[in-house]
Design a protein around this ligand. Sequence first.
Ligand SMILES: Cc1ncc(COP(=O)(O)O)c(C=O)c1O
Length: 489
Amino acid sequence: MSSQIWSQLRLDPQKRLPLYKQISQQTEQLVHEGKLKPGVRLPSERKMAEMLKVSRMTITLAYEDMKARGIVRSQQGSGTFIMRGPRIEHSEQAVTWHTQFAYETGKINYAMEEVMRFGRDPRLIPLAGVGTAPDVHPGIELSQFFAEHLRRNPMLLQLPTPTQGYEPLRQDLRGWLAESGIHAAPEETMIVSGAMQGLDLISRLFLGPGDYVIVEDPGLPAASDAFAASGAKILRITLDEQGIRTESLENLLMQFPVKFIYVNPTFHNPTGITMSLERREHLLALAKRYGVPIVEDDPTGLLYYGKKPTPPLKAMDRDDLVIYLRTFSKYVFPGLRVAVLVAPEPIVSNLLKVKQRIDLHSNNLSQIAVHAFLLEGRLQRHLERLRSAYAARISLLEEMLSAYPDIQCQFPQGGVFLWCKLPPHIRAERLLQIAIRKGVAFVPGNWLSGVGLGDHHLRLAFTHPSLDLLKEGIKRIGEAIAEYSSYQW
Ligand SMILES: Cc1ncc(COP(=O)(O)O)c(C=O)c1O
């Protein structure tokens, strides 16, 4: 195969998509178009790097990405080969699919997809996505409570579940929320399939093309993607050590007809910052003055490692301004896909209509499992175990990272992330490429920003690996930093 075909790849370092992804996606396109046939051998990594004028590391990652996605396969000693054939367009299906789509999925931030892929790769120490450490993993306990609960109530699974959620779960959740100062009437709560579904429902109900939403930056890309999917324009505000900058917020509220403000005020993802009490009061006052609701996402507020954090905005809300989301993903398992949404009744009753159209109700099994775990104070005991296990991890990280002056971290009072700053000559996304070769993954800060912040930051999720693996992961990131300047980028 002549090298001409590869000259068709158009790489743009200015794009937000990493170079290795650009190579992988464009190669896949050549395969789909039938320009690269199954069995064709790819050039060696060295040769490809020379042809495309990128680092060898970029090519290694591109080839690994294509292997993971089943586009190519490697054969020991003989090279890397195309596996798939061209996309067959039958004459009766002569439709160019992508021209038919109304939603440009190419705009979706790739961070979530990558974090999930890293999490599935057993060769990588998981410091990118959140999971529960093996020493405090509630899997066995949860399955025992669940089995026992079903044995005693065998009809449970057959009962019709309301869209609003499994009734006993909702009832007990109200008591649990009240412990955080959130006093919700039954008609003000609903179960959703993870906080992400809550955000999607809110987006569908509130937003249309041309609407404006304010979000924190850096922040959860999946949230802004959910809002942008309805056609909304995203306005981004940075944080200081007290949380979202309310002065900038007021400027935006004066200029734009904003539909809502989305915040993650307690142990913010990714910075770990907790909004101060004064800032919370100011935010609520601004929301009231400009008549703009707040969406409060609170996935980790109960994972505090010292004193209890400032109360949720929802607990301080006297004017029905706040829609509150609390997921079980970080407290039990992300795979459960169970979260509770609290909002004034007119919002809940309309969100229910939207939800009914999507999935009728959230999964019964998961709701019953969460309920079994809530009974008899089991969840409280589990959260206490998590707090002490994760506090020990923060101390360990503080001690370990003091040996690496090139990684300056903000050690949070709670939550599941460490936000760390690298020296200006180290770009986190490039560092990730070395780290992956060393068998450890993290999230480069720029994946979490829509305004180009975070090029020199990394987010470390510290709750998933065992303590030994956590130590090993930090050591390998340290080695990756030490090697960084020996690469020609
Ligand atoms: C702030 C925030 N919101 C929502 C989510 C997703 O929650 P869920 O798994 O319930 O969809 C995450 C996950 O990391 C998060 O950090």
